[in-house]
Design a protein around this ligand. Structure first.
Ligand code: HEM
Length: 513
C-alpha cells in the first residue's frame, strides 16, 4: 500500500473517534484530497441484475459452486472491485478483493461495526421467536448497532478474559481424553472422522458456554440423539444460508417451501439448545452435585448478569463454535498427516515441553511450533473465508470513492494463497509463522497483518477465538503424544458455504506410537 495513502486513512480513522460530528476537521483535508482524486462510485464495474439471476439458476456459472470458488471467478472476471446491485430487498454491495482495500476497510471501522450477514436468521429471531430474542439484547452474530454493542460489551469481559479461558483447561483436557478413549474403544477403533471431531467440538462448547458435560462419549448416555440432530441442523443451517443470503432469493416477499424449511431448521436448533439451557438452569437451581461443572463458569457468570444474555451467548456459541472448530482441526490434522516431518517436529516440541498428562496455562504457553502449525493449517483450510462491513466513513477503495454507509464484502481467503505474501503458498510451512533471524513472521509484520484473519478483525472479531485455540491445542497435544496420525483416501475436499465444511470422506487413522 502506498505509504501516503495509508497515512491518510490512519489520520481520518483517528479523527473519526475524536469527533463523529459532520463538521470538517483539519486533518480531513488530507483524507478529502485522496477522495477527490478518486474515480466515481458510479463507475465501479458492475454486475447487472439479470446476470446475477441467470448465473445462479441451474446451468448458470455460479449454480452449485462453493462461495470461495464463486468469489474467485468474480474476481477474475471483474477485477478487485465490483458492484452488485440491490436485488429482491438485498442492498447494493461492493465485493472487494484487494488486500490493501481490506486493510482500509477494517482500519476505518467504528466501535460498532455493522456486518451484513444472517439477515434471514435475524428475521427468524425477531419475528418468529421474540420469546427468546425480543428483549433489549437481540443477539450477537446477527445484531448491529447499539443492541449488538450492549450485549458484546457484557460478554467480552467473560469470554475473552485469559483467566477464564485457563479455567477451562482441565475440563477441556478431560473431554479430549474421554474423546480419544471413545475413538479407541468402539468397533471401528483408531479411525477418526469429521463427525467425530464435530462431537468433540460440541461436547467442548457445551462445557464452555453451558458449564455442563453432555456425556457424548459415555456409553450410557441418552443425550446423543439430540446432539447428533443438532450437528446435522447446524450443517444444514450453514449450507442454507448461502441460498438465502448469497443467491438471489425472494424470501423477503414470499416464503417458499425452502425458506419455510430454513425457518424450521432454525426453530429445531433453538429448541434443542433451549432444552440444554433449561436443564442447566434447573440443575443450577437445585444445585445438583456433579452436574454443573463450573460454578464460576461462563454460563453461570452471564446468568448472574441476565438470563437472556446467557441464553443468547450459548445459542450463538453452539451455532458459531461447533462446525468452525471441527473444520479447523480437520484441516490442521490433514496437513500434519500429509507432512509427516512437520508432524514429527511438532511431536518433539510437545514431548519436550509437556511432561505429564496434566495441562496448565504455563505448559501451554511454551509451544510456539504448535501455534504455528495451527495457524498454517487455518491458512490452507480456513473455516471462514470472508466477512462484510457497512463502511463507517467515506473511503477510497481501489481508487474509487466509496461513500459512508456502503455495504462491502471482503474475502481474505483469496489472500491466503498469494505468492507475494505467502511464498510457496500451497505448501504447509508452519515455520513461516516463527520469527527468526532468517525469516520474518508475516503475522508480526505490520504491512501483512491484514492478510491473515481467520477470526476476523477488531471489535467485531470472533468472541470464541481463545476457546477455539485452546481446544485445538489440547486435542493436538493429546493426539500427537500418543499417536501417529495418518490420512486415508483422496485429498481433503471442502464445501465452501458460510462455514467451510469438509465434504468428502474424512478418515484419519491413529496408530499407537
Ligand atoms: C476455529 C474456530 C473459529 C473460527 C475460525 C471462527 C471465525 C469467526 C469469524 C471469522 C467471525 C466473524 C468476525 C468478523 O466479522 O470480523 C466470527 C464471529 C463469531 N464467532 Fe467465531 N470462530 C471460531 C470459533 C468460535 C467459537 C468456539 C465460538 C463460541 C464459543 C465462536 C463464536 C462467535 C460469535 C458469537 C461470533 C459473532 C461475533 C460478533 O458478531 O460480535 N466462534 N468467528
Amino acid at each position: 500500500m502506498n505509504p501516503i495513502y495509508r497515512k491518510c486513512h490512519r489520520i481520518s480513522f483517528v479523527n473519526y473517534f475524536r469527533n463523529t460530528s459532520t463538521m470538517p476537521l483539519k486533518n480531513d483535508i488530507v483524507s478529502h484530497h485522496v477522495i477527490k482524486n478518486a474515480k466515481k462510485f458510479v463507475d465501479i464495474p458492475r454486475m447487472k441484475r439479470w446476470e446475477i439471476v441467470l448465473r445462479f439458476l441451474p446451468k448458470g456459472k455460479y449454480y452449485g459452486l462453493g462461495l470461495n470458488e464463486m468469489h474467485r471467478m468474480i474476481n477474475e472476471e471483474y477485477g478487485n472491485i465490483v458492484k452488485m446491485p440491490s436485488l429482491f430487498g438485498k442492498p447494493e454491495m461492493i465485493f472487494s478483493y484487494n488486500d490493501s482495500d481490506n486493510e482500509t476497510i477494517l482500519r476505518n471501522e467504528s466501535k460498532k461495526p455493522y456486518r451484513y450477514s444472517f439477515e434471514p436468521m435475524k428475521y427468524f429471531r425477531e419475528k418468529i421467536r421474540p420469546d427468546v430474542y425480543g428483549g433489549e439484547y437481540g443477539s450477537i452474530a446477527s445484531e448491529h448497532g447499539d443492541r449488538w454493542y450492549k450485549i458484546r460489551t457484557l460478554v467480552n469481559p467473560v469470554m475473552l478474559q485469559p483467566k477464564m479461558v485457563q479455567r477451562y483447561t482441565a475440563s477441556i483436557n478431560d473431554i479430549t481424553l474421554d474423546f480419544i478413549n471413545y475413538i479407541l474403544t468402539r468397533d471401528i477403533s483408531n479411525q477418526m472422522s469429521n463427525r467425530d471431531l464435530n462431537l468433540w467440538s460440541l461436547e467442548s462448547i457445551a462445557n464452555i458456554t453451558l458449564d455442563r458435560r453432555l456425556g457424548l462419549f459415555n456409553n450410557n448416555t441418552n443425550g446423543d440423539v439430540a446432539a447428533e440432530k443438532m450437528i446435522d441442523l447446524i450443517r444444514r443451517f450453514f449450507i442454507m444460508c448461502v441460498d438465502f443470503e448469497v443467491s438471489p432469493s425472494i424470501w423477503k416477499y414470499y416464503h417458499t417451501k425452502a425458506f419455510k424449511e430454513y425457518i424450521n431448521v432454525n426453530n429445531d436448533l433453538l429448541n434443542i439448545v433451549m432444552n440444554y439451557i433449561e436443564a442447566t438452569i434447573e440443575e443450577t437451581r437445585e444445585n445438583k452435585a456433579g452436574k454443573v461443572e463450573n460454578v464460576n463458569g461462563i454460563f453461570q457468570q452471564l446468568l448472574k448478569i441476565d438470563k437472556r444474555v446467557a441464553i443468547i451467548m450459548a445459542v450463538d456459541s453452539m451455532i458459531a463454535g461447533i462446525d468452525t472448530t471441527a473444520s479447523a482441526i480437520t484441516g490442521i490434522l490433514y496437513c500434519l498427516a500429509k507432512n509427516p516431518e512437520k508432524q514429527e517436529k511438532l511431536r518433539e516440541e510437545i514431548l519436550k515441553t509437556i511432561l505429564t498428562s496434566e495441562l496448565n496455562a504455563k505448559s501451554l504457553s511454551n509451544l510456539p511450533y504448535l501455534r504455528a502449525c495451527i495457524k498454517e493449517g487455518m491458512r490452507l483450510y480456513p473455516p471462514v473465508s470472508g466477512t462484510s462491513r457497512k463502511t463507517d466513513v467515506d473511503l477510497t477503495l481501489s481508487n474509487y470513492f466509496i461513500p459512508k454507509g456502503t455495504y462491502v464484502v471482503t474475502w481474505p481467503q483469496l489472500f491466503y494463497r498469494l505468492e507475494n505474501i505467502f511464498p510457496h503458498s500451497n505448501k504447509y510451512l508452519p515455520e513461516r509463522w516463527i520469527k527468526s533471524k532468517e525469516q520474518k513472521c508475516p503475522q508480526l509484520n505490520q504491512s501483512t497483518k491484514f492478510h491473515f484473519l481467520p477470526f476476523g478483525h477488531g471489535v467485531r472479531s470472533c468472541v470464541g477465538r481463545r476457546f477455539a485455540n485452546i481446544e485445538m491445542e489440547i486435542l493436538l497435544i493429546n493426539l500427537l503424544r500418543r499417536f501417529k496420525i495418518e490420512w486415508n483416501g483422496d485429498d481433503l475436499q471442502i464445501r465452501s458455504a458460510f462455514v467451510n465444511i469438509p465434504s468428502g470422506n474424512v478418515n484419519f487413522t491413529l496408530s499407537k506410537l
